[in-house]
Design a protein around this ligand. Structure first.
Ligand code: PSU
Ligand code: MN
Length: 305
């Protein structure tokens, strides 16, 4: 029993019975997506998993209680709250001690999911090394967290607002396996192909389950990144993407945006500057990852531990 963390009965029972469970983060709907669509997307992800007979474990912090398996009412509360904090791993002790509510990032969600015994986690796009990090040192805590939390994250690569080659180097240094799902190029979140090559790819959820079991058998403690590209017809036009990215960076620099506000600022600029087109892509990316996460959790539940 973990007294600080609340695990819903549904998630606890499913983990104990080795039924498929997929963790979902909350920063994506508290800070990554505009209202009111954020709530619809959060609830749709849950419904998508349930339809596939997978238990969703949406994770966040409610009035100081890190919760694995938020109820619909609790998700609604976080998605509509007046003030809600973005919580990465370093923010968790502060949120608990001060009874804050917040959305958990990939880093904090992975940690809490693992504590609850959940092995698979679906998100939109992982954080990584920001452009200009050689002077700002802005690298997402998602990377460090994944190097110490043995979970499998399904993600459309890392957000395309990042320095993707540098992020891949850091993933290598941190000994985090990166595998493409039916692709040998690393996806670029809003766009299907970042043009960075990947050494390994897998073709089925069963193959992914084998990787997870092999990692565990070796006693390795790092997460695995399963990179799942958005479909070609759903991706953002690469030309539009390049233009808006340039503009987003200029605006962020001019506004003096730094630290944890950077990612939400850049995503918000994309959503505005593309007239909502990038928002549709973001939602589509997330849907695809949730579907694949469910399939992998099902394969894992069916394979011997
Ligand atoms: N993926 C999305 N939208 C998001 C994020 C991921 O589609 O908003 C969030 C995740 O919670 C991720 C965070 O952990 O952005 C990264 O923020 P930072 O770069 O500050 O670590
Ligand atoms: Mn950062």
């Amino acid at each position: 029993m973990d007294p600080v963390i609340r695990i819903s009965d549904e998630v606890r029972d499913a983990v104990a019975a080795r039924r498929p469970v997929v963790a979902l983060e909350s920063t994506i709907f508290t800070h990554g997506l505009p209202r009111p669509r954020n709530l619809a997307v959060a609830l749709e992800a849950e419904a998508q998993l349930r339809a596939a007979e997978v238990v969703p474990a949406t994770i966040g912090v409610l009035r100081g209680v890190p919760t694995v398996g938020l109820s619909t009412d609790e998700i609604t509360e976080l998605a509509t709250a007046q003030t809600v904090t973005k919580l990465s791993v370093r923010d968790l002790p502060i949120a608990v001690a001060r009874r804050l509510s917040g959305g958990t990032t990939v880093a904090a969600t992975a940690l809490l999911a693992h504590r609850a015994g959940v092995e698979i986690f679906a998100t939109g796009g992982l954080g990584g090394v920001h452009r200009g990090a050689q002077s700002t040192f802005d690298e997402s805590a998602d990377l460090v967290a994944l190097s110490t939390v043995p979970i499998l994250v399904v993600s459309a690569g890392v957000k395309s607002i990042l320095d993707i080659p540098a992020t891949l180097e850091r993933l290598e240094t941190l000994s985090i396996p990166v595998v493409g799902y039916r692709t040998r190029t690393f996806p670029g979140f809003y766009i299907r192909d970042s043009s960075c090559p990947l050494e390994h790819s897998v073709d089925s959820p069963a193959e992914v389950a084998d990787l997870v079991r092999a990692r565990d058998a070796l006693g390795l403690k790092a997460g695995i990144l399963l990179a799942n590209p958005v479909s070609e017809d759903a991706q953002l036009d690469p030309g539009l993407h390049a233009r808006v990215l340039h503009e987003a960076e200029e605006r962020a620099a001019a506004a003096g945006v730094a630290g944890k506000d950077t990612t939400p600022f850049l995503l918000d600029h994309f959503h505005r500057a593309t007239g909502g087109r990038s928002l549709d892509v973001n939602v589509e990316v997330y849907r695809g990852n949730v579907t694949l996460g469910g399939a992998v959790a099902t394969a894992l539940a069916g394979s011997s531990p």
